[in-house]
Design a protein around this ligand. Structure first.
Ligand SMILES: [Zn+2]
Length: 182
């Protein structure tokens, strides 16, 4: 009698600690998958974004690209198939892990912006979308939205609060990577 009870308790504890399953959000390697899991475990805003992405017919791949300028992030429509659109988030390395996580959240907002526009099926469509929702309507290469900047800043604050000790790279670092390029 004792052993099954112990197992039950262990199972209940494990399930309550398991982050939401991410089937539409995928890391290119274990590093990116761990970054995703850590982000949604520690930030309510990122968790909400992940839930919304999971409900859309998109697959979002996250990769860290060391050849990109530091602090930059990019979200692109990689491919369109009858079943799903494939979106790729590329992140450049950032010194502080929480800045990288906040940058990921920022780009997840862009992925959601594309996901919520089902008529967007090509790079030209993405440019048209961002000319209508972007901050700079005259932009041609790199686009930015108020929502993505706000998400990045909010998530960075949540991660700072979630950290056991305060860190020096608090808000200053989070607004820097705001340049989402498409
Ligand atoms: Zn951006």
């Amino acid at each position: 009698m004792v052993i099954p009870l112990v197992l039950l308790v262990a199972a209940a504890t494990a399930s309550s600690l398991t982050p939401p399953s991410l089937e539409h959000l995928r890391g290119a390697s274990r590093r990116e998958s761990a970054l995703l899991r850590d982000l949604v475990a520690r930030s309510a805003t990122a968790r909400n974004l992940a839930d919304q992405i999971e409900s859309e017919a998109v697959i979002v791949y996250v990769e860290i690209n060391t050849s990109m300028p530091r602090g930059r992030g990019a979200t692109r429509l990689a491919a369109t198939t009858p079943l799903a659109r494939f979106i790729r988030i590329t992140l450049a390395p950032v010194a502080h892990p929480d800045d990288l996580a906040a940058l990921l959240a920022h780009e997840m907002q862009h992925a959601l912006e594309i996901a919520r526009a089902p008529a967007v099926t090509s790079s030209d469509d993405v440019r048209r979308l961002y000319r209508s929702i972007g901050e700079d309507r005259a932009a041609t290469v790199a686009f930015e939205t108020v929502a993505a900047r706000q998400v990045g800043a909010r998530v960075r604050q949540e991660l700072s609060r979630a950290a056991s000790k305060p860190n020096r790279a608090s808000l200053a670092g989070s607004t820097q990577p705001g340049g989402g390029a498409f």
